[in-house]
Design a protein around this ligand. Structure first.
Ligand code: IMP
Ligand code: MG
Length: 180
């Protein structure tokens, strides 16, 4: 697997340091509150596990699963809810946890989808932000890193469901798109 990675964009050390800062920032902003973190599966799983270990708050967690991409590397624009929340969020402070904000279609849809259930607030924390590709009117309240317009994998992010288990964020060799 590792032989298919062209470059390491963000190392394990860089991820750890920044995610610890994000956790501290969220802990300060929500002091005295009990937010609910809503992870967007599957991409969020590694980021959410590390982020929440740096959050010093009473909090709860829930997960949603959505599909927007199929197996390819460019957006179809359509968002499908494959798994909804298991608990009510009315009156709660919701923090959506995403792996990457790309076109913004997924998060703008999700933010609206959750907002109509009358939560106290809805904010977004994303590990990565690719602002160059945005075509929905959405910004992240908290973001780990801005990344260039390249398809990245690892640390939860996939290409055709593979590479999620890489411990860092990398860029795939072009041969992968052609031969697989
Ligand atoms: P958006 O709706 O275009 O913002 O796309 C959001 C989703 O597309 C993310 O949650 C990812 O699952 C996927 N995605 C976008 N860019 C990348 C990438 O560079 N690598 C892996 N997945 C990506
Ligand atoms: Mg994906």
């Amino acid at each position: 697997m590792v032989s298919k990675i062209k470059t390491v964009l963000l190392s394990e050390e860089q991820l750890k340091a920044r995610i610890t800062e994000l956790g501290a920032e969220i802990s300060r902003d929500y002091a005295g509150e009990e937010p609910i973190f809503v992870g967007v599966l599957k991409g969020c799983f590694m980021f959410m596990a590390d982020l929440l270990r740096s959050v010093d708050l009473f909090c709860t967690m829930d997960f949603m699963a959505v599909s927007s991409y199929g197996d390819g590397t460019s957006s179809t624009g359509a968002v499908k809810i494959n798994k909804d929340l298991s608990r009510d969020i009315e009156g709660k402070h919701v923090i959506i946890v995403e792996d990457i904000l790309d076109s913004g279609m997924t998060l703008s849809y999700l933010k609206h989808y959750l907002s109509v259930r009358n939560p106290a607030s809805v904010r977004i924390v994303t590990l990565l932000d690719k602002p160059s590709r945005r075509n929905a009117d959405i910004v992240a309240d908290y973001k780990g890193f801005e990344v260039p317009d390249a398809f990245v994998v690892g640390y939860g992010l996939d290409y055709a469901e593979r590479y999620r288990n890489l411990p860092y964020i990398g860029i795939l060799k072009e041969e992968v798109y052609i031969n697989e």
